[in-house]
Design a binder for this molecule. Structure first.
Ligand code: SAM
Length: 486
């Protein structure tokens, strides 16, 4: 068995995530980087330690945070949230006093807070639980503190009513206490742990959005089996807009809710006709209905096979066009290539870089995230996301992205240098110092990646850039020695 196969098995066994074949190169370089960084005598020792690690153990948690794409946002899939609120209102009109909602795989909490805010706006009391396998994500969710970039989709009205500005930290907001008190967050692994229940009862609604795409058919079926034990018969499961579970489990039936869709849990052995929810406004999609959203992936959540890619030539041609000042031409070349080979990570990242240079931050983020869907272990995609968040002045997100880059590739000195600057800015002196020292330690290594070359393009004198970075690190470290309290 190759290193790649073993690592893939390990991640599948511990987290459920199916790592795509395209990540082979990143996996091999990641495993060797971690063995070196942690001083494991062999790859075997590294695998054994991860296989036996406690779920909260830092190395395993770093890995979880890196292989899982935690991309989320406030009020994501607004039509679905509106349908959820309507569903809840229907139940309240029918005399339900309390409702329970579980946001499984909620990442950094934006989804659970959005649900709670929607319900609060509709004047509905509810118990909301948010869970995720990533401790770093749950820590952020529990803090409930978000920066400007994360809040860009939140209307001014909602911001004023449900968020509190944090005076001393520019552009950062806390979710208001009246929303925080409605939600509990906890660490939970959907494939390895018993499923939570609301105060001894069953959930009315479960959201499990944008995570099935990373699981195999077998894993999805086992999750759905376990959900049947904790979801109220007649209760609803919401999945992501591009995920389809149609026909995957006999007890989950697709139903149309307003302008959106969900899956209703049928009574055991029943066809759901006696269901509490079988009403005209919550009807099953029948003949003539618009049908479920068209999923770009198949019903099992698997990406369709892509044709083999010949990277390099198209990227070079696009960069040449860009250098000649022909930006539209560069983008058109990459776009045409990506339409044929949507899993070419290098082309996606290059497209992201061009959009980033044009200050189209949302467009660039979309490209980097798509690259990470294909190869969650791409150090470069994490690095450029960090550059983007730094430009957007969301330093917390930038720090997280640079940390992930360095976890994947500890010799990525440009990431280490940027991280040092961000730690200094935040007054986290100890960490800043370590990051400057790391930069100096790794600075002599090559900037081998063609993507980095394109990013550093414009600094045509690489030796000069390196010597500037060295001088900046040395002078900052002298500063730390002169003022030891820092
Ligand atoms: C793309 S995010 C989706 C966040 C949110 N549900 C949304 O739709 O905006 C996927 C999340 O699934 C989580 N995840 C992956 N594997 C998991 C597992 N085995 N158990 C629980 N959560 C998992 C990841 O940590 C990540 O935060």
């Amino acid at each position: 068995m190759t290193v790649f196969d073993r690592f893939r098995d390990l991640v599948r066994g511990r987290i459920g995530i199916e790592l795509p074949g395209q990540s082979r190169r990143s996996i091999e370089s990641f495993v060797s980087s971690r063995c070196q960084a942690r001083g494991y005598p062999s790859v075997e020792d590294y695998f054994l330690s991860l296989a036996a690690a406690d779920p909260a153990e830092p190395e395993l948690q770093e890995l979880v945070g890196t292989v899982t794409n935690g991309k989320t946002s406030f009020f994501r899939h607004p039509r679905q949230l509106a349908a959820l609120t309507d569903l809840v209102l229907t139940l309240v009109r029918r005399g339900r006093r309390e409702l329970s909602i579980w946001c499984a795989a909620c990442s950094t909490g934006e989804e659970a807070y959005s649900v709670a805010i929607e319900l609060a706006m509709a004047g509905i009391e509810s118990e909301v639980l948010g869970t995720d396998v990533s401790k770093a994500a749950i820590d952020v969710a529990r803090r409930g503190e978000y920066g400007g970039w994360t809040l860009r989709g939140v209307s001014e009205q909602v911001r004023q009513r449900y968020f509190v500005g944090i005076g001393e930290r520019d552009g950062r907001f806390l979710v208001a206490p009246q929303i925080q008190k409605r939600i509990t967050f906890s660490l939970h692994n959907l494939i390895r742990e018993a499923y939570p229940r609301p105060k001894g009862h069953l959930w009315d609604i479960v959201l499990c959005r944008n995570v099935f795409i990373y699981f195999s058919h077998e894993t999805i079926t086992s999750i759905l089996d376990r959900l049947t034990d904790v979801l109220n018969p007649g209760g609803h499961l919401f999945v992501g807009g591009t995920e389809s579970l149609h026909g995957v489990h006999p007890r989950f039936a697709l139903v149309r809710l307003g302008d959106s869709f969900a899956y209703r849990l049928l009574e055991p052995g029943g066809q759901g006709t006696q269901s509490f929810f079988a009403t005209p406004e919550l009807r099953s999609p029948g003949a003539g209905s618009a049908g479920p959203p068209v999923a770009p992936r198949d019903a099992l959540g698997q990406a369709a096979p892509e044709p083999p890619v010949t990277p390099g030539a198209q990227i070079r041609a696009a960069l040449d066009a860009y250098e000649r000042g022909d930006r539209p031409g560069a983008k058109a070349l990459l776009q045409a290539h990506l339409e044929r080979s949507s899993t070419d990570v290098a082309a996606r990242v290059t497209m992201g870089n061009i959009l980033l240079m044009e200050r189209d931050l949302s467009g660039a983020e979309e490209q980097y995230s798509a690259a990470l869907d294909v190869d969650p272990l791409s150090a470069e995609a994490h690095f450029f996301l960090g550059v983007l968040y730094r430009k957007a002045r969301d330093d917390e997100l930038a720090i997280d992205a640079f940390r992930r880059t360095l976890f994947l590739d500890s010799s990525f000195w440009v990431a280490s240098f940027y991280l040092a600057g961000l730690y200094s800015k935040a007054g986290r002196w100890q960490k800043a110092r370590q990051a400057y020292e790391n930069t100096l330690r790794t600075l002599c290594g090559p900037v081998s990646s063609p993507l980095m070359q394109s990013f550093l393009h414009g600094m045509d004198d690489m030796a000069r850039f390196r010597s500037d970075v060295r001088a900046a690190c040395e002078s900052n470290l002298v500063g730390f020695r002169v003022a030891p309290g820092r």
